[in-house]
Design a binder for this molecule. Structure first.
Ligand code: ZN
Length: 360
């Protein structure tokens, strides 16, 4: 075994529900400790970054094995409870509860590769996890236990008669996954094999394929409701890993193992708000980018002082303003060097701005 043996309840429905209540208490205890981290840590420690990483990697993922082994009807309430605890903790750690609406919720749940924060909701994937697990292990279970369970092979298909409760559980969950996937696709089309293939040989990665397809449909359904000019759509387009900005979401999962990957608390919270499309500024906040110094084209130096432009709520001006200052400084220096060279009799070539190439 390459992982810890995890707890799984085997018994009556009442026993299973009591077990899951106990699990919810365990998750709550863990989440409360994670939320406390930023208050307990020293000022120089990247506690917000660490708390976010612990919340991402150590809470919902620890519950997934239960979704694989227990029928979705048992795990629905459990998933809702865990999802809401994780969401509350996320808002507390990142201090973003005030503006956290439906758009933020969707961005929070959308996988990182598609421009979201990748906090996967357990509730949405519980059917896919259960069906995917059966598809993966069915051949193994059948090989080792099928001969002693009379009628094991029949009852899985909608046409056959369900002999045991596990047949019915699988069929119910399969119907639910097909509902999750919508009318255009079904579970077997997503995994790329038929049920009798799963009976004969192990089929790995089914859970992953099904969960991803379910989340993709949820995502596409939501995205199609967005106004083409909406801020949320702009965030998704800017942060997706499929375009030129393949590393756009890496800050969410990087560990603070060195200065280059350590994000101070204030900056982390700011980045989360930015990614969720939450306002960053108060009205009348002014831009504090320091302007001045060298200017292109041999203009005289300006005194260094804050830009002073008034921000709108999302503070978009600041990013362009800071970049423009860097470019002007760079161009000013390049022009000065070129002028010196020309004075000395050289032919000096400088970069020519090509929109969309050098300016990006
Ligand atoms: Zn400015």
């Amino acid at each position: 075994m390459d992982h810890d043996v995890r707890e799984v309840p085997v018994g009556t429905p009442a026993f299973v529900r009591a077990f899951l209540s106990g699990q919810i208490r365990k998750v709550r205890d863990l989440v409360e400790r994670i939320v406390e981290l930023p208050q307990l840590a020293g000022a120089h420690q990247p506690a917000v970054q660490v708390a976010n990483l612990l919340l991402r990697w150590c809470v919902p993922t620890k519950c997934v094995h239960l979704l694989r082994t227990l029928p979705p009807e048992y795990t629905a309430d459990f998933c809702t409870a865990v999802d809401s605890m994780v969401l509350d903790a996320f808002c507390d750690i990142n201090e973003c509860r005030e503006h956290f609406g439906q758009v933020q919720r969707h961005l929070y749940e959308t996988p990182m590769a598609w421009g979201g924060l990748g906090m996967r909701p357990l509730y949405a994937v519980r059917n896919a996890a259960f069906v995917g697990c059966w598809m993966h292990c069915l051949a193994h279970v059948r090989q080792h236990h099928g001969p002693v369970i009379r009628g094991f092979d029949v009852g899985w298909d909608p046409g056959g008669r369900a002999t045991y409760s596990f047949h019915g559980e699988y069929r119910c969950a399969l119907d639910a996954v097909n509902d999750d996937l919508g009318v255009d696709q079904d579970a077997y089309a997503v995994v790329g094999f038929a049920f009798h293939d799963a009976m004969r040989s192990e089929q790995p990665k089914c859970q992953k394929a099904l969960s991803r397809a379910v989340l993709a449909r949820r995502f596409a359904t939501w995205r199609d409701t967005l106004d083409p000019r909406s801020r949320a759509l702009g965030i998704l387009q800017a942060a997706t890993s499929e375009g030129r900005r393949s590393m756009a979401s890496e800050w969410l999962v990087t560990s603070p193992f060195g200065p280059r990957t350590t994000i101070p608390d204030a900056q982390y919270r700011l980045a989360v708000r930015k990614r969720l499309g939450i306002p960053l500024c108060n009205e009348q906040d002014g831009c504090r980018v320091q302007k001045g110094g060298m200017r292109p084209g041999g203009h005289p130096r300006r005194p260094v002082q804050p830009c002073g432009s008034t921000f709108l709520a999302h503070g978009d001006h600041a990013q362009g303003c800071a970049r423009m200052e860097i470019q002007e400084r760079h161009d000013g220096l390049a022009d000065l060097c070129a002028a010196c060279n020309r004075e000395a009799g050289h032919i000096a070539h400088t970069e020519t701005e090509v929109p969309g190439v050098l300016s990006e």
